[in-house]
Design a protein around this ligand. Structure first.
Ligand code: ZN
Length: 194
């Protein structure tokens, strides 16, 4: 039994694939057309994609949960200060559940996840912005491969309730994102030249 649904290798849309008994006996892999991008793939390739994409999504969701759990609950003022002093209500998205946050992030980083499923050089990194040594904001830095032509995509996440999260997409390069990732890899001493 397949654990993950088959997906389009190009755009990761879930595909409905039915393999008849005769086809199965003959070892044939039927062709399926993707309703989203219109590309045709065969059932086996779609299942391989579904499995690889599913694994990367799970990996990302687990990392997201781990980092979300490490966030303190911020007041409205602390959240605004943490995400960027000039943010307005239109700039932020509020999620009343972790699942809502997770689904949004999976959609937001779909291109990078598709590329990872194909073994390309794409990456999604999570880290915390620290204040006096304590995590206050989660940073997500997604990098698609060079050939995709897509720029880095960053998200900042604050926790405002037990399961409530606020997401903000900073317009430019927030220097705190690079710093948070550098601290994660090399420790805070790297920044102090120690
Ligand atoms: Zn497709």
């Amino acid at each position: 039994m397949a654990e993950h649904s088959p997906r389009c290798p190009s755009c990761a849309t879930t595909l409905r694939v039915t393999i008849g008994t005769i086809q199965k006996l003959l070892g044939l892999s039927p062709k399926v057309k993707c309703p989203t991008c219109g590309r045709t793939t065969d059932a086996r390739a779609a299942q391989n994609m579904g499995d690889a994409y599913g694994r990367w999504c799970e990996h990302f969701a687990i990392d997201l949960q781990k980092h979300a759990d490490g966030l303190p609950m911020l007041s409205d003022l602390e959240m605004r200060k943490g995400l960027g002093t000039r943010i307005t209500d239109e700039d932020i998205k509020i999620f009343p559940t972790f699942e809502g946050l997770s689904n949004y992030c999976l959609r937001f980083y779909r291109i990078a996840l598709v590329e990872r499923a194909h073994g390309r050089d794409a990456q999604i990194e999570l880290a915390h912005i620290l204040e006096s040594g304590h995590a206050i904001i989660m940073v997500i830095n997604g990098r698609a491969s060079a050939e995709s032509g897509q720029a880095h995509r960053n998200l900042l996440v604050a926790r405002v309730g037990k399961h409530q999260y606020v997401v903000y997409q900073p317009p430019g390069d927030d220097p705190r994102i690079k710093e948070a990732i550098a601290v994660k890899h090399y420790g805070s001493k790297a920044l102090n030249g120690g």
